[in-house]
Write a protein that binds this ligand. Structure first.
Ligand SMILES: [Zn+2]
Length: 505
């Protein structure tokens, strides 16, 4: 037996000004783009990835593995046609050599030039060269958006049940379990899918809390008691101007239990729709959030700037929240990492101990939202320079080797500021500890994130204050010039009805 495995992940924020090229796909590999064959396998082994679960399953089955590619990029703007074709070509080339199953570790919210559902296009290309009946197994991020193409060309689909995403390996293992049953001819998987006409706010999506908790819990219970083979609820990625954005439920059911599956699909979708108002995050003005944080006595207080989060396509160089923190005089703060390769270069040249006056961040405009970059001019002392490399020890992406590139730690009026070459969402405290800075000992930790920080920073937080900084990840969807969404869609259109989404049942 032979399986083809591939990991291709990108969450595309179509409003992001950052282009996504082939070289962007180097997350977790420290490389300058995707890695292939044995390098790809080595990058995934023993990590919290679906691909690692596939490798373990292949070993258990005694199957030969052709690991086509690991192409993993930090969220950013639309993927170039050239990058997408190159990635897709390498998976197609492996599949063409012949295999008994294809096992994919994908994101589900990738948009490439000309392909609003890039994963759907990838699967279509694979189907075109695969003999009839060869299963395609797909593990997807909780933020996947679905077109019919993706559903119709997959055999088995599972999604993460967590946000922060800490069950990525299990998501691959759940799909693998169904694949095993299929290979033994014990089941005949059929996919049921419905996308609701609703954009949820990412700050209200987490299955750890309501309104999503009950919905996800019911899905997990149905999979556990065998009513369905796999049940996944997808919050969807709302910052994507494509017809497929929205909350989806995807069930893999045994053909003879299709009626039961349909019942579950209705139950989960109806519950999500009834709760649509609860998926809206009310926005507090930035100045008020910082003033509220200033009144809190004990730290660490995690200040989460959720408007410019590179984990959802933000450039990570908007300085508005740090500027406000300084204006209101918060002390004992560590902030960052802010993305500014030019400033890092300047600081390296100045050297540790030097005093420098320079502009930090604010170098990227966001034309889609008419935001102009505004650098923060500071007089800073260079405290430390690092290579930015660390290994994740927290629960999300555990074991993955990550890098924020060359990094400068500077001090400005008692505030430690991290400036880096490569943007990265703070899932893990290694971002700071690799430079000898312990965030647990700071009163305030200012980071740019939305939910994923909870994996690494949640356990040390005495308080968490969500701060609505400006940027492409804003929860104020009325700011975004959507043109291609399927309309009507809630909450942009109050009159949207549950039946106005899309489904395959
Ligand atoms: Zn996600």
């Amino acid at each position: 037996m032979k399986v083809v495995v591939a990991l291709v992940r990108h969450e595309t924020n179509t409003f992001s000004p950052l282009p996504t090229v082939l070289g962007s796909f180097s997350r977790g590999t420290h490389g300058s783009g995707p890695v292939y064959a044995d390098d790809a396998k080595q990058a995934c082994l023993n990590t919290n990835s679906a691909a690692a679960a596939y490798l373990d399953l292949a070993e258990k089955l005694g199957a030969e593995v052709d690991f086509a590619i690991v192409a993993n990029a930090v969220p950013s703007g639309v993927v170039t046609r050239e990058a997408f074709d190159s990635i897709a070509d390498s998976v197609v080339a492996s599949v063409k050599k012949g295999c008994d199953a294809v096992m994919l570790d994908l994101h589900g919210a990738m948009v490439a030039q000309g392909y609003p559902d890039a994963e759907g296009e990838l699967l279509k290309r694979l189907r075109a060269v695969l003999p009839v009946g060869v299963p395609i197994v797909v593990a997807l991020d909780f933020h996947a958006n679905f077109s019919r193409e993706l559903i119709q060309n997959a055999t088995i689909i599972t999604g993460y049940c967590t946000y922060p995403h800490i069950d990525i390996y299990q998501t691959g293992a759940r799909a693998g379990k169904t694949l095993q049953a299929l290979l033994k001819k014990e089941v005949e998987p059929v996919i049921l899918w419905r996308r609701l006409p609703m954009l949820t706010h990412m700050l209200r999506q987490t299955p750890a809390m309501q309104p999503m908790k009950d919905i996800m819990d019911r899905a997990i219970a149905a999979e556990a008691d065998g009513r369905v083979l796999n049940a996944s609820v997808f919050g969807g990625f709302p910052l994507s101007d494509i017809p497929y954005a929205g909350l989806s439920v995807v069930l893999v059911v045994d053909k003879k239990k299709k009626a039961q599956g349909k019942q579950l699909l209705d139950e989960l979708c109806n519950l999500a729709w009834e709760r649509r108002e609860d998926f809206i995050f009310p926005i507090e003005p930035l100045e008020q959030s910082i003033a509220r944080a200033k009144q809190l006595a004990d730290g660490p207080i995690i200040l989460v700037d959720h408007g410019d989060n590179c984990g959802a396509g933000g450039p990570t160089d908007n300085m508005a929240v740090l500027r406000e923190v300084m204006r209101q005089g918060l002390k004992n703060v560590v902030a960052g990492p802010f993305w500014d390769p030019a400033a890092v270069g300047q600081l390296i040249q100045a050297g540790v101990g030097a005093e420098v006056t320079l502009d930090i961040g604010g170098k990227t405009d966001v034309p889609a939202l008419e935001i102009k970059g505004e650098p923060l001019n500071v007089r800073a002392r260079v405290v430390k320079i690092t290579d930015g490399n660390y290994i994740v020890t927290g629960p999300m992406f555990t074991g993955m080797r990550l890098s924020i590139g060359k990094t400068a730690v500077i001090e400005v009026d008692g505030i430690l500021i991290f400036v880096c070459e490569k943007p990265q969402e703070p899932y893990d405290t290694g971002l700071f500890t690799h430079a000898g800075v312990d965030p647990a000992k700071k009163k305030y930790v200012l980071i740019k994130s939305r939910q994923h920080f909870r994996a690494g920073f949640g356990p040390l937080a005495k308080h968490i204050v969500l701060v609505a900084g400006p940027g492409v990840c804003s929860s104020d969807y009325s700011q975004f010039p959507f043109k291609h969404l399927s309309r009507p869609i809630y909450p942009l259109d109050e009159n949207a009805q549950i039946g106005q989404g899309e489904e395959i049942v």
